[in-house]
Design a protein around this ligand. Structure first.
Ligand SMILES: [Zn+2]
Length: 224
């Protein structure tokens, strides 16, 4: 078994790659300071938002990056082709995404297996749960890997739906294309919102990481 080194700053942890993963596939931590990583994750997250909306008619829940999350990238021959964001305080997968051209290659399986082992390696005796929006394929994979879905109380679900609905309302009110939302939604407006939102999320996260570092540095100076 290969042990993959994760960054040893505040994202530091180690993660074991699943046995039998394709040789071309590697997993590593998302690097908020790396512009290529930021662009790759913003593009994939925008696609995640677009695909989720096409499938369900709702803006899908889940974030790619924020300070609560550790985000693991899967790279195929060096190119970033998927990610899993994990809420490590509760060990739940927040979002899982694999680029369409790289599906059916075991990328999602590798990500989930690695994250599950990472969770189990924390002396907690159990693995990760998944709060990813489920599709039949994802359901089957979760069941096969023995990864349970996270359970939520109704008020959490209501809150998420309200946030999603207000996002769609905002897009609809800005749309000047006169289409009948959301039954016949305006694709360019939703897609533009998804792209902007994804880029803003990645940017905001990098700024949050920087201010966290500054706060820690100042605290370290004060305590010296
Ligand atoms: Zn429009």
């Amino acid at each position: 078994m290969t042990v993959l080194p994760f960054d040893d700053d505040e994202y530091g942890d180690q993660c074991a790659a699943p046995d039998g993963r394709p040789a071309a596939l590697t997993l590593r931590c998302y690097l908020p300071d790396d512009e290529d990583d930021r662009q790759a994750v913003a593009a994939m997250y925008a696609d995640y938002l677009r695909e989720g909306f096409r499938e369900t008619g709702e803006a899908p829940p889940g974030a790619a990056v924020d300070l609560r999350l550790d985000t693991i990238l899967s790279c195929w021959e060096g190119d970033v082709v998927g990610f899993a964001s994990v809420h490590t305080a509760v060990w739940e997968v927040d979002t899982l995404y694999v680029a369409p051209a790289h599906r059916r290659r075991g990328v999602a399986r590798a990500l989930l297996t690695a994250v599950d082992r990472w969770a189990r390696g924390q002396d907690r005796g159990r693995g990760v749960k998944a709060r990813v929006p489920v599709s039949p394929a994802a359901d089957a994979l979760l069941a096969e890997l023995g990864i349970p879905k996270a359970e939520y109380c109704e008020s959490d679900l209501d809150t998420w739906r309200a946030i999603g609905d207000s996002q769609l309302d905002a897009i609809r009110s800005d749309c000047e294309h006169g289409e009948d939302w959301p039954a016949d939604f305006c694709t360019p407006c939703y897609d533009g919102w998804a792209q902007q939102g994804a880029e803003a999320q990645v940017q905001r996260h990098q700024e949050d990481v920087e201010s966290l570092r500054r706060m820690r540095a100042e605290k370290a100076l004060r305590t010296d």
